[in-house]
Ligand binder design. Structure first.
Ligand code: HEM
Length: 466
């Protein structure tokens, strides 16, 4: 917010060009979301668009985004879109606002303490090692699907590690991809259409019912069992509100669990897939990564204790999170709010795109280039706050951020220590698709080639001959 602006001196936000009669900018946002959102900074730091009949405000400036996420924390609620996924998420942290949101976040906190992350790390290592052990040299795999499966299995096993969860993991693997694919369509359609018994709506409702019933069964069984299995589910069952001593009900534990499954799967899966896509396109980056993983791991899987020595791997992951960040975050303004010199009316939809911020050339020169060294501490320190927000910021910042970074570093290093992934010959051109909350690759077929001569044993080699 500029210090001098007041609601009296505020101006209205400039309108984005290209609105269609009645439909406004809805078709542009649906059909080519990344192009459309990336075109808006040219109009101004705050731009008015029309979605159907309603105005919405797009924030294109890192400082102003900070005003929404941090400065005005607590003032902005989740938008109306979140109601569309309430049948799936229930009353978990992702759908709650205000005091209830703060309470649920407090109760979830212990699940992400450092000691817990170290325990989940063993699962991250095991899942990556098991899955890649089944890869055959020279085989072509759909790396987009493979990485989604890897992420899903990892989160599901970290959530419920005991045998109680075995059936639920199978059900989650079956239902969740179908549900995640369906969410964007539902977010854009009016409620009345979502209640019609169309095949797509029935498929979605059935998948939600199956997934929630399977995960609910695990919560009930774990409560009856009463043992602390050291997994996320045990933490939630045992969590106690420090202020009141109150615990989560079984319904609330269940909703939290489903929220984490949904939030923690496609996000990490897409990040892993993009990382291998970029490594294959950037031999010099791949070479440095291989040098590091060979030196630290000599071909064995990475474990939690290796992370401090995998600094370049971390920068590669951070760069993948910059380049392919979540493409949209929505909020609702509960009162009149000044952002810069623009007055946002009460009840308006406010939205911004980490993806767009992460591609602004004044923040990230040559923004399409994959350059992990942007994240060298001395360079990253020069960025303004909120210029890098793959996990959001403020009161709703992703609680799984350390989990996700730990997982990505361990799994990228574990895979890169043993395998090189090459784009399949004659494969389709890879495009970016905004689906769910994140940017996914279209089909990503890659050949897996075993790395038989790690640099650790051979000394340096030229990346072009590697
Ligand atoms: C690369 C991986 C990930 C990315 C890029 C990511 C990104 C995000 C973002 C942008 C938000 C929303 C912030 C907002 O609305 O302002 C969010 C929320 C959330 N994430 Fe993540 N996330 C990742 C992984 C995970 C994992 C692994 C978990 C759990 C195990 C998780 C759990 C959640 C939950 C529960 C929320 C809702 C928080 C709230 O509304 O207070 N995420 N995430």
């Amino acid at each position: 917010m500029t210090p001098t602006a007041t609601t009296e001196t505020a101006r209205s936000a400039p309108a984005a060009p290209g609105a269609l009669p009645l439909l406004g900018h809805g078709p542009a946002l649906l059909r080519r979301p990344l192009d459309f959102l990336c075109s808006l900074p040219a109009t101004g730091p705050v731009v008015r668009i029309r979605l159907g009949g309603l105005p919405a405000y797009v924030i294109n400036d890192a400082d102003l985004v900070r005003g929404v996420l941090v400065g005005e924390a607590g003032r902005f609620d989740q938008g109306v879109m979140i109601e569309k996924v309430r049948p799936l998420l229930g009353s978990g942290v992702g759908t709650a606002d205000g005091a209830e949101h703060r309470r649920l976040r407090r109760l979830m906190q212990p699940a992400f303490h450092k000691a817990r992350i170290a325990r989940y790390a063993a699962t991250m290592t095991a899942v990556a090692a098991e899955r890649t052990a089944a890869w055959k040299p020279g085989r072509t795999l759909r790396i987009d699907e493979e990485m989604n499966e890897l992420a899903l299995t990892t989160v599901a096993r970290a959530l419920f590690s005991s045998d109680l969860g075995a059936d639920a993991i199978t059900e989650v693997q079956r239902s969740l991809p179908l549900i995640l694919d369906e969410i964007p369509r539902r977010a854009m359609l009016p409620d009345a259409l979502l209640r019609l018994p169309t095949p797509a709506n029935r498929r979605f409702d059935r998948a939600v019912r199956r997934l929630r019933s399977a995960t609910r069964h695990v919560v009930d069984a774990a409560r009856a069992d009463g043992t602390d299995h050291g997994d996320l589910l045990s933490v939630l069952l045992l969590a106690e509100d420090e202020a009141t001593g109150a615990r989560l009900t079984d319904d609330q534990v269940h909703d939290q669990l489903v929220n984490m499954l949904v939030a923690g799967t496609e996000t990490t899966g897409a990040t892993l897939a993009w990382t291998f896509h970029e490594l294959a396109r950037n031999p010099a980056v791949e070479h440095r990564l291989h040098q590091e993983t060979d030196k630290v791991l000599s071909g064995r899987p990475a474990v939690f204790e290796d992370i401090p020595r995998l600094a370049y791997t971390l920068r590669v992951v951070q760069e993948a999170l910059r380049r392919y960040a979540p493409w949209i975050i929505l909020r609702l303004s509960p009162g009149e709010v000044l952002l810069g010199d623009v007055c946002i009316p009460a009840g308006a939809t406010v939205l911004f795109s980490p993806y767009v911020l992460h591609h602004q050339p004044e923040l990230y020169p040559d923004p399409l280039a994959f350059d992990p060294d942007r994240w060298l501490p001395e360079r990253a320190a020069k960025l303004p706050k909120c210029a890098s927000i793959p996990f959001g910021a403020g009161s709703r910042q992703c609680p799984g951020n350390v989990f996700a970074l730990t997982q990505a570093v361990i799994q990228v290093a574990t895979i890169a220590a043993r395998w090189r992934l090459h784009p399949a010959e004659g494969g389709p051109r890879v495009r970016e698709v905004a689906r769910g909350a994140v940017v996914h690759p279209t089909a990503l077929p890659m050949r897996c080639l075993p790395r038989e001569h790690p640099y650790a044993q051979e000394g340096d080699r030229n990346p072009s001959t590697a």
